[in-house]
Design a protein around this ligand. Structure first.
Ligand SMILES: [Zn+2]
Length: 288
């Protein structure tokens, strides 16, 4: 998980452009909201990332519908905003959903759900590029029963990259199988890591990583088998350690691929299995 860069687009100008692109009389009604939207954007920015106390606005059905239409109705200024948000990000950050690090981020999640906070439906700071699976799992459940936030705000939470808390374990009983766990240890009282734990729980990440690890383990199996033939066990381990260091640097310590590769290196039974066993054609197909 890596932070996303804040889009430099002036948010009120963008709201104005989207409202202006609407047909009358919605256009005029939305433009009357400009002052309210400006003060709401300022309140959001000031509160970030601690958005849990953000109050709900008493909006009537028409006002809610108009504000939601800013996002749900297609307009050129909205498409430009989405493109700008994506263009701001480093290639490796936008290649994959930063909520899960599993899938391509083909959708935008409203961090404060648009159904509760329609005034932020086109506010760049509230729009997180993310995958469909995460978007669906987030739904409107953005706080728990204690009022605590359930998900990392990718623009404004300071994502501590110093402590590894995600680990994997590989068993080689019949077919190699990876399981994942969070171990907060000494940082279990640290607010960021408590948030990270809620984030993992709400998005079902440990199970999703387990499911994704079948294909990834097949890739490691094939790599180890081929490297072992040319470089021997020691040469193979050296390459994997270099790969792990590079993955840690690029992906950060909270990434499932880092945890899995570390587990590969710490599981001599898997290394031996991969050196001794030729990857099946089926595995090759799955892993590519
Ligand atoms: Zn995702």
């Amino acid at each position: 998980m890596m932070s996303l860069r804040v889009c430099a687009d002036p948010p009120l100008t963008r709201f104005d452009a989207i409202a202006t692109a609407k047909e009358s009389p919605r256009r005029e009604r939305l433009l009357e909201f400009k002052e309210l939207v400006a003060s709401e954007y300022a309140a959001y920015q000031n509160a970030c990332p601690d958005l849990a106390p953000m109050p709900l606005l008493p909006l009537d059905a028409q006002a809610r519908g108009d504000l939601l239409h800013c996002y749900q109705g297609e307009t050129q200024p909205l498409e430009h905003l989405k493109a700008l948000i994506r263009a701001m990000q480093a290639p490796e950050q936008i290649a994959v959903c930063q909520y899960c690090a599993l899938n391509a981020p083909g959708t935008f999640d409203h961090y404060l759900p648009e159904s509760l906070y329609p005034q932020f439906s086109v506010y760049a700071l509230n729009l997180m590029p993310c995958c469909g699976d995460c978007n669906q799992k987030r739904s409107t459940a953005w706080r728990n029963s204690q009022g605590e936030r359930r998900h990392v705000h990718l623009y404004s939470d300071v994502i501590d990259q110093g402590v590894q808390v995600l680990f994997a374990e590989i068993s080689v009983a019949e077919t190699p199988l990876a399981t994942f766990r969070l171990e907060l240890g000494a940082v279990h009282t640290h607010p960021f890591y408590q948030l990270l734990r809620r984030h993992f729980t709400q998005l079902g990440l440990l199970k999703r990583y387990q499911d994704a690890s079948f294909a990834r383990l097949n890739e490691h199996h094939r790599t180890i088998h081929v490297l072992g033939q040319y470089s021997g066990r020691k040469g193979c381990l050296r390459v994997l350690r270099e790969q792990l260091a590079e993955d840690r640097r690029v992906l950060g310590p909270h990434n499932w691929k880092v945890a899995l590769l570390q587990a590969v290196l710490e599981t001599p039974e898997f290394i031996q299995f991969a050196l001794d066993t030729s990857p099946s054609r089926e595995n090759e197909k799955d892993g590519t």
